[in-house]
Design a protein around this ligand. Structure first.
Ligand code: NAD
Length: 254
């Protein structure tokens, strides 16, 4: 598809074989990229072994992105393994269940702060730590959702957090553009993953997405991975500061 031989990078946020991050890692690997993949904690570890088997030669590392020391240690591993890197895929989100299920205006201060820290600030901090080892024209990608641009029923506090993430993408694109780095968000439609299962009435969202989207098809993590491969490749050299919808066109219609 695209030749990514010689490209090196990080994929952050694999939990199991359904994770968007895993599909991204798999497709990047198939195109010849060299990767380090990270997962959150020891609770996720049992699901990681089969993924490691599927991606031999890929280094898997544990990293809780809400912890500065662990972010720094991931950046140090990237430096020692690769020297410099060419891309980062940040595919991480979290909100405490109680806050995620409720209304935005009922969110607890601590829950909102934790969700913002893990789902938005971690992207900014990770890129700050990796900046010294980014090759010119690196591609830095995070995952957003339509709920950041519009109020989507049951998306609650994650909406303003994704809005902040998309705004951060624009500012980071501005700040890092001089070195040729591109910073973009992918905005997938609903896909059944562990993170998505925390949302109230997620099945309704899935149904609506399939029936209302112009392409009238289910979305898969591989659809998102294809867009990630394009953004990592040199064919997307002129794309930065964007939120690219990968949602069968759902965002464009009423
Ligand atoms: P997922 O559960 O597979 O991935 C979410 C990841 O975040 C998991 O690997 C989890 O371990 C990780 N994570 C949570 N807290 C963390 C922490 N403190 N440190 C490190 N990692 C942590 O689900 P997914 O759907 O693949 O989600 C990936 C991204 O895609 C998220 O940003 C999500 O908001 C976004 N997204 C998902 C959908 C969807 O419908 N699945 C749609 C649009 C956007």
């Amino acid at each position: 598809m695209y030749d990514l031989k010689g490209k090196k990078g990080l994929v952050v946020g694999v939990a199991n074989q359904h994770s968007i991050a895993f599909s991204c890692a798999q497709m990047l690997y198939e195109q010849g990229a060299e990767l380090i993949v990270s997962y959150a904690n020891e609770k996720t570890a049992p699901f990681i072994q089969p993924l490691q088997d599927a991606l031999p030669s890929v280094l898997f590392k544990q990293c809780d992105v809400s912890c500065d020391e662990q972010l720094a240690s991931l950046a140090a591993i990237a430096r020692s393994e690769f020297g410099n890197i060419d891309f980062v895929i940040h595919s991480v989100a979290f909100a405490p269940k109680e806050d995620l299920k409720g209304r935005l205006i009922d969110a607890h201060r601590a829950g909102f702060q934790l969700a913002m820290d893990v789902s938005c600030l971690s992207f900014i901090r990770l890129i700050r730590l990796l900046e010294p080892i980014l090759n010119p024209a690196s591609s830095l990608i995070t995952m957003s959702y339509l709920g950041g641009a519009r109020a989507v029923q049951n998306y609650g506090l994650m909406g303003p957090i994704k809005a902040s993430l998309e705004s951060s993408v624009r500012y980071m694109a501005l700040e890092l553009g001089q070195q040729g780095h591109r910073v973009n968000a992918l905005s997938p439609g609903p896909i059944k993953t562990r993170a998505a299962s925390g949302l109230k009435d997620f099945d309704l969202l899935l149904e609506r997405s399939e029936h209302k989207s112009p392409l009238k098809r289910n979305l898969s993590p591989e659809d998102v991975a294809g867009a990630a491969v394009f953004l990592v490749s040199d064919l997307s050299m002129a794309i930065t500061g964007s939120t690219l919808y990968v949602d069968n066109g759902y965002h464009a219609v009423d």
